[in-house]
Design a protein around this ligand. Structure first.
Ligand SMILES: Nc1nc2c(ncn2[C@@H]2O[C@H](COP(=O)(O)OP(=O)(O)O)[C@@H](O)[C@H]2O)c(=O)[nH]1
Ligand SMILES: [Mg+2]
Length: 374
């Protein structure tokens, strides 16, 4: 089942669950009238953003005021006030499932609702359902475009408060998604809808497997759990393999040195055999070097499912993601050292100590990643 929080989270959820593109009945629940409804809860503090979804019968919870891009509003004040009713919906949906294979959350890290209320929900989910595998799909800030001035605060706080509660996080950034829509898919002026459709393809294609499988194959240490992804849609197993492994197909933009791979997982779907897939992968690796860290077993885990469309999705635990943490940490420090914009957070009930802890935790994460590469 899934939980979609804040604007980006809700819109991604909408793309994932759009009926036109989905046929896997196990992910839907059947109502008494025989209608299929998503096993999903949509949550936004913004009172009006869910009107359309609600009128289509989706399970929605909305608040009374937007989080105004303030993590503390989502985590401490208005968001916390929505917790009871939100939790009621989520737990009821969880209890209605026979066997929950996994739970995933979609949200952005740089706003207020998805980041703040999302973090609060992650704590509760971990508390109440510690044994259910959890994945997060997060829109992280883009390298060159900044949406709000306090983006670094929200992102740092979000990473910090979620760190121990969601085991595997798949990250995307909008700059990379825009480029992919324009350059690979020929969309002239992509909108959020196009970006979300792209991410939804990855999420849908990997959601048939128990999430624990991704966790055990991709995450060697609990803190090193930030994964990047790619998607390919073409006919032959070799074409799929080549395309999905190409760096420029990755949904996180990087300007620095390429990272090193710690572990990777490929999900193939279509009309093919596992022998064909293995052969394609061997052929690819004959001519292309995959930059694995030297202590990793150098295996790529593959899974395959028959399907009418041929697609491949890649999840890779790649140290390149540290670029995003480093960039965000530098931007955080600049404002924090001047005490800029902090009062907005204190006013909503955050404490300075929480900022300090979050900053230290993220600085430590940077070092953890450096160690992974050496
Ligand atoms: N990919 C994607 N990003 C979005 C969407 N809506 C907002 N964003 C991005 O999300 C960030 C702001 O977070 P938002 O989800 O609007 O804040 P919230 O409603 O307070 O959680 C910005 O970086 C936006 O560019 C969307 O539908 N899709
Ligand atoms: Mg919002």
């Amino acid at each position: 089942m899934s939980v979609h929080v804040g604007e980006a989270g809700v819109r991604m959820g909408e793309a994932i669950w759009s009926k036109s593109s989905y046929s896997s009945a196990s992910l839907f629940r059947e109502t008494v009238d025989g209608e299929l409804k998503p096993r999903a809860v949509f949550v936004d503090m913004d009172p009006s953003s869910l009107d359309v979804l609600r009128s289509s019968g989706y399970d929605c919870v909305s608040g009374r005021e937007d989080a105004s891009n303030n993590f503390a509003r989502g985590y401490c004040s208005s968001g916390r006030m929505m917790m009871e009713v939100t939790w009621d919906r989520i737990s009821r949906m969880m209890e209605a499932c026979d066997r929950v294979q996994g739970l995933f959350m979609t949200h952005s890290t740089s706003g207020g609702t998805g980041a703040g209320l999302g973090a609060l929900l992650s704590e509760k989910l971990d508390d109440e359902y510690p044994r259910v595998s959890k994945m997060g799909f997060q829109v992280i800030p883009s390298p060159q475009v900044s949406n709000t001035i306090v983006e670094p605060y929200n992102t740092t706080l979000c990473h910090h408060f979620m760190m121990d509660h969601i085991q595997t996080k798949v990250m995307v950034d909008n700059e990379a998604l825009y480029d992919l829509c324009m350059l690979r898919h020929g969309i002239e002026r992509p909108g959020y809808h196009d970006l979300n459709t792209l991410v939804a393809k990855v999420i849908r294609s990997i959601s048939h497997q128990p999430f624990n499988d991704y966790y055990t194959n991709l995450i060697p240490y609990p803190r090193i759990h930030y994964v990047t992804c790619a998607f390919a849609e073409t006919e032959t197993p070799y074409g799929l393999t080549r395309e999905v492994l190409e760096l420029k197909n990755r949904m996180v933009k990087s300007y620095g040195k390429p990272g090193k791979w710690i572990a990777a997982y490929l999900v193939y779907k279509g009309h093919m055999t596992t022998t064909e897939i293995n052969r394609a992968l061997l052929r690819y690796r004959d001519t292309n070097k995959i930059p694995f860290v030297d202590w990793s077993p150098v295996g790529i885990k593959c899974s395959f499912e028959m399907d009418s469309c041929s697609t491949a999705s890649l999840l890779v635990n790649d140290t390149v993601i540290k670029e995003s943490f480093m960039r965000n940490n530098r931007r955080f420090e600049k404002m924090w050292n001047k005490g800029a914009f902090v009062h907005w957070y204190l006013q909503e009930g955050m404490e300075t100590g929480e900022f300090v802890e979050a900053q230290e935790n993220m600085a430590a994460l940077e070092l953890d990643y450096q160690e992974m590469e050496s």
